[in-house]
Design a binder for this molecule. Structure first.
Ligand code: OXD
Ligand code: MN
Length: 586
């Protein structure tokens, strides 16, 4: 008798008509074959085998360089279940539309069957997915980003307990590009794109959009969060998870080299993008990183912003859409000051400033997490790590102080729900526009966001030791338009204050929006930032916040009656606190 997996593969083959079917085992030999296949296809080059052993550069189709939210759909039976922030299509309509596109799509191509585990192979919190794809680049990337092949087949056995994901490059025409999630069936279909989050179906599609739906059903959390451990001088490690919108520095924060290392504060990385959390027997939220690799934005990455990842990407790494030097090494803007002579841009042309940046602004590295010098010894811990603090954040040039703490879990959920950030190149669309991005989940929440807020509120009631909730902003600018805070390794000073708040020792001052570090509570020794600048960084301007409050109110209106009463209450209380301050000034 065919297993459920075999039956599904057969069905997919009947539809897509591949020339052959390859079941992937995740072995070294298979990885080498996959590279050969990519080199043959002509969009992939081998990099310098001395300085970048086993590294390749892949150039995607220039029309296919970022996630495409406009053609990403949540298909639930009832439109309201997807909510106002998702594109919705009826499941039957999506099936019909995409079936026509998938019909014969793999003709003359190989269909790869890629079983994978999201999470440590031995963790009860992990889940199995299987991706069918006709892209060897996807197979090679999935091998880095997940526990792929044998480990997954062993975990799955003959069971039907896996998330199927059907992917084909199709004809790469953006008009025929769809990334579709059937929530009730826990199934993903993606066609027309070979780019990261659209095509590596374990990542955003499964680990966030499908998993957030599962998590609500099953009482856990699937979040767009990095996970880090802050080691204190005592040797004790405190774990924190942070949600920032795409390309706001999650990877850099997760992998930071601490500026306070000589005082005994050091950061260990568990994950840089996604956290799955369940309530542990000890009453803490226990987090695992479902991924096994980092798929990070390359431009801006250098020995100062992220020395750990720079060390990690020296071998076994796939670079996508970066530039390449005459010495066959990857290169991007921000790696060093000036483009080296003989540079070839991301489209394979001799570099010229008139063609724009040498590396595509959303170009990436895909690297095994284990290669990072800062990877936590508990990276594979099947029980996950206990989370003591949640950190929300975004890019706010003007509004938000460097850090503030919520008054309560419920107020923290409100802070997460009102998060906003100035956009970057990680998704297609205008850059530099402020967009509201609750919990950094706007493109990733697989159901109605009002229900998602409700789930957060419910989790707060259920977790015996809930994390404290904070908000940070590394991106505040002064009147001269320059960043006020040096960021990167210096961000550990903010983490240290968060740790002290968790431990009940850090000093805090009350403002209408929450608690900010009191004078001298932030460790500033050795930091080249004036007292005046620190004050400016921590300032809460109530007229700016009143405007923000109004805008958040408008955003909430989109959810109508479905918005939880508690969120409405928090919104009203913030309004009152701001009003109070304004009245006191008059
Ligand atoms: C990512 C994203 O690639 O959030 O992680 O876009
Ligand atoms: Mn992300």
């Amino acid at each position: 008798m065919a297993t459920p997996l075999e039956q599904w593969v057969e069905e997919a083959a009947r539809l897509t008509r591949p020339q052959r079917i390859t079941w992937c085992d995740g072995s070294e030999d298979e990885a080498a074959q996959m590279q050969e296949e990519m080199l043959r296809e002509g969009r992939t080059l081998r990099l310098n085998s001395k300085t970048y052993p086993n590294c390749i550069l892949h150039r995607s189709n220039p029309n296919d360089v970022a996630r495409t939210e406009k053609v990403t759909f949540i298909c639930t039976r009832d439109r309201e279940s997807a909510g106002p922030t998702n594109n919705w299509m009826a499941p039957a309509e999506a099936k019909e539309k995409l079936t026509a596109l998938f019909a014969g799509a793999m003709k003359d191509r190989t269909m790869y069957v890629v079983p994978y585990v999201m999470g440590p192979a031995a963790s009860p919190q992990s889940r199995v997915g299987v991706e069918i794809t006709d892209s060897p680049y996807v197979v090679a990337s999935m091998r880095i980003m997940t526990r792929m092949g044998k480990a997954a087949m062993e975990r799955l056995g003959g069971s039907a307990d896996f998330v199927p994901g059907l992917h084909s490059l199709g004809d790469l025409n953006p008009e025929r590009r769809y990334i579709v999630h059937f929530q009730e069936e826990k199934t993903i279909w993606s066609i027309g794109s070979g780019y990261g989050g659209n095509a590596l179906l374990g990542k955003k599609c499964f680990a966030l959009r499908i998993a957030s739906w599962m998590a609500r059903e099953q009482g856990w959390m699937a979040e767009h969060m990095l996970i880090l451990g802050l080691e204190a001088p005592s040797g004790k490690v405190t774990y924190m998870a942070a949600a920032f919108p795409s390309a706001c520095g999650k990877t850099n924060l997760a992998m930071m080299v601490s500026a306070l290392q000589d005082q005994g504060y050091r950061v260990w990385t568990i994950g840089d993008d996604i956290a799955w959390m369940q309530i542990g027997a000890d009453g803490y939220l226990r987090a695992i990183n479902p991924e096994a690799g980092f798929f990070g934005v390359a431009p801006g990455t250098n020995a100062h912003t992220n020395p750990n990842v720079m060390a990690a990407i020296k071998k076994n790494t796939i670079f996508t859409n970066t530039a390449m030097t005459a010495n066959q090494e990857p290169w991007w803007e921000g790696m060093d000051a000036t483009p080296p002579p003989g540079l070839v841009d991301w489209q394979g042309r001799a570099w010229s400033a008139s063609n724009g940046p040498a590396a595509q602004p959303n170009s990436r590295y895909t690297v095994p997490a284990r290669q990072s010098p800062c990877i936590s010894p508990r990276f594979e811990d099947p029980a996950g790590v206990p989370i003591s603090a949640f950190i929300f954040g975004g890019r706010r040039a003007r509004l938000a102080p460097l850090v503030f703490e919520s008054f309560s879990w419920q107020h923290g959920v409100y802070i997460g729900a009102t998060m906003a950030s100035e956009t970057t190149a990680a998704a297609t669309g205008a850059v530099g526009v402020t967009r509201r991005d609750p919990m950094a989940m706007l493109p990733f929440c697989g159901y109605n966001m009002a229900d998602y807020f409700r789930h957060w509120l419910e989790m707060g009631r259920r977790v015996p030791h809930p994390p404290k909730i904070f908000h940070v902003n590394w991106f505040r600018k002064g009147a001269d338009g320059k960043f006020l805070w040096p960021g990167y390794g210096e961000n550990v000073r903010v983490l240290k204050w968060i740790l002290e708040r968790v431990e009940g020792t850090g000093g805090a001052a009350e403002t209408p929006i929450g608690l900010v570090p009191s004078q001298n509570a932030l460790t500033t020794d050795g930091l080249n930032v004036s007292r005046g600048t620190i004050e400016e960084l921590l300032r809460v301007d109530s007229s700016d916040w009143s405007r923000e409050h109004e805008e958040a109110g408008e955003f909430f209106e989109r959810f109508g009656d479905r918005l939880p009463e508690e969120i409405r209450g928090e919104h009203a209380r913030l309004g009152e606190r701001l009003h109070h301050v304004a009245a006191a000034k008059d």
